[in-house]
Design a protein around this ligand. Structure first.
Ligand code: MN
Ligand code: MN
Length: 463
């Protein structure tokens, strides 16, 4: 006769904190892995920088730029850079390509404030940039924090200048202002959604006028003069620029125990980095491995660098044809981990989650069978069979994982790129790291979950 304790052990699901299920050696490995992740986060704040970082890392690890028609053999490592804003990498497997590829898809764009195309203006001798926010933000969170500017400007003659200002210790930063509480009587009566409006997200960039004469807009003139001297640009060049204001803070350990990491843009660079490292650490896989770090997820995946574009499909068609098959055969036999973050249970806001079906920090990488909203609308909903396969795979390699939905039914909702890949007839499931304060300027993840994401992606692509 089994005791109730034994029966519970046998029959109940285990959702223990990862720390009880990892050896000291594995915990040390986890913490050391996260140090590299922190460096990546400070180097690659925007999609273009993540692509630059990735391409350099790939080149240093024997990857070559792939051109359609290039001969391919097992063990070959290739990549394709999509316009400097998305990147696909692959390692050719030993199994026939008709057996499908192991696909990991993460995104490298994060919510932020983009500059408008005619951003610069002066108002009462203060120079400002107009912005248009990118992705789902709570606007009030983006005021009164130091912001850095990242991106590119294409000058009138077609030459490109890269911008990265606000990150170096000696750089100036920029800031969106907010009302002082003393004069916020009316503002405080508004809903949070309207406390700060989109057109109030103006970036302060200067206040000292050009000294030589008393021309109007002398502050704007002075700023333009500084920009001309630094970047060789005139005002019209902003029209052909992509400049992104992002939090200027550095990535930090969070907590006395240093168990968590605070940074801008964990969504989804925490999955992008772990998928990238799992791929770079993979050699001679059985199945061909394809990892894509995409752009534009936060605005709905449209555009030629987003996953609604055919660029991933074309890449797979290209390698399939070179290896004597065709895209649809390969895609139909493929499996994908849609590597994206999920919301972590927050003890301060417990009401939005259903405790049996949400992700918790430190309980491992989160497997999400379906996303969507209002009755699973917009989700690909992985099959029970594929979910079972992934579950077995994770368990057999001691990956600490959990399952969780994005919030209570009808509390809100959201999606990932999973549906777009599943629509190519690929078995796809969401897997990623739980995040606290998702889409805020400073998001928090657990080191254990981050490391378990790396382990999960490694296990998947090496299967
Ligand atoms: Mn995401
Ligand atoms: Mn997001």
């Amino acid at each position: 006769m089994e005791t109730s304790k034994e029966l519970k052990e046998k029959l109940f699901m285990k959702r223990k904190n990862g720390v009880f299920r990892m050896s000291d050696a594995e915990l040390a490995e986890c913490d050391s892995f996260c140090e590299s992740y922190k460096d990546f986060m400070d180097t690659a704040k925007i999609e273009r920088e993540a692509v630059d970082y990735t391409v350099e890392l790939l080149k240093n690890n024997g990857y070559v730029e792939y051109k359609s028609g290039m001969p391919l053999n097992a063990g070959d490592k290739i990549y394709r850079n999509n316009r400097g804003k998305a990147v696909i990498m692959a390692i050719i497997g030993t199994a026939p390509i008709e057996d499908g590829v192991k696909l990991c898809a993460a995104h490298i764009d994060s919510p932020r404030l983009d500059l408008k195309q005619n951003p610069l203006y002066e108002d009462n001798e203060i120079a400002l940039f107009k912005t248009h926010y990118y992705g789902g933000i709570k606007k009030y969170q983006w005021t009164t924090i130091p912001l850095a500017l990242h991106g590119v400007i294409i000058r009138a003659d077609g030459t490109k200048v890269k911008v990265n200002i606000g990150e170096d210790e000696n750089d100036p930063v920029f800031c969106v202002t907010d009302l002082l509480p003393h004069l916020a009587t009316e503002q405080m009566t508004r809903t949070v959604a309207k406390a700060i409006t989109g057109e109030q997200l103006n970036l302060i960039i200067g206040s000292r006028p050009f000294k030589d004469d008393e021309a109007s807009e002398a502050v704007k003139l002075n700023i333009m003069n500084i920009l001309f001297e630094k970047y060789g640009i005139t005002e019209a060049d902003f029209i052909s620029s992509e400049l992104e204001a992002v939090p200027a803070f550095k990535t930090k350990d969070v907590g006395f125990d240093r168990s968590m990491i605070g940074a801008y843009g964990h969504d989804d660079k925490v999955c992008a980095y772990t998928a990238l490292m799992a791929t770079v650490d993979c050699n001679n896989p059985l199945h061909t491995v394809v990892t894509v770090l995409t752009d534009k997820e936060e605005t709905g995946s449209d555009g030629n660098t987003g996953l609604c574009s055919a660029y991933l499909k074309y890449f797979i068609e290209d390698i399939a044809e070179t290896l004597g098959s065709d895209g649809r055969t390969v895609l139909s036999a493929s499996e994908c981990l849609s590597a994206d973050v999920n919301a972590a249970f927050d003890p301060t806001f417990p009401e939005v989650n259903e405790r049996n079906n949400c992700a918790y920090i430190n309980k491992g990488v989160c497997i999400t069978k379906y996303t969507g909203a209002r009755g699973k609308s917009g989700t690909s909903d992985a099959s029970a069979e594929f979910t079972g396969r992934i579950r077995r795979l994770m368990d057999s390699h001691n990956v600490i994982w959990q399952t969780g939905e994005l919030g209570k039914v009808d509390a809100g909702g959201g999606g990932t790129v999973a549906a777009y890949i599943a629509n190519l007839n690929v078995d796809t499931i969401d897997m990623g790291v739980p995040v606290l304060s998702m889409h805020a300027p400073f998001e928090i993840v657990s080191k254990i979950d981050t490391y378990m994401a790396y382990k999960a992606f490694s296990v998947f692509i090496n299967d």
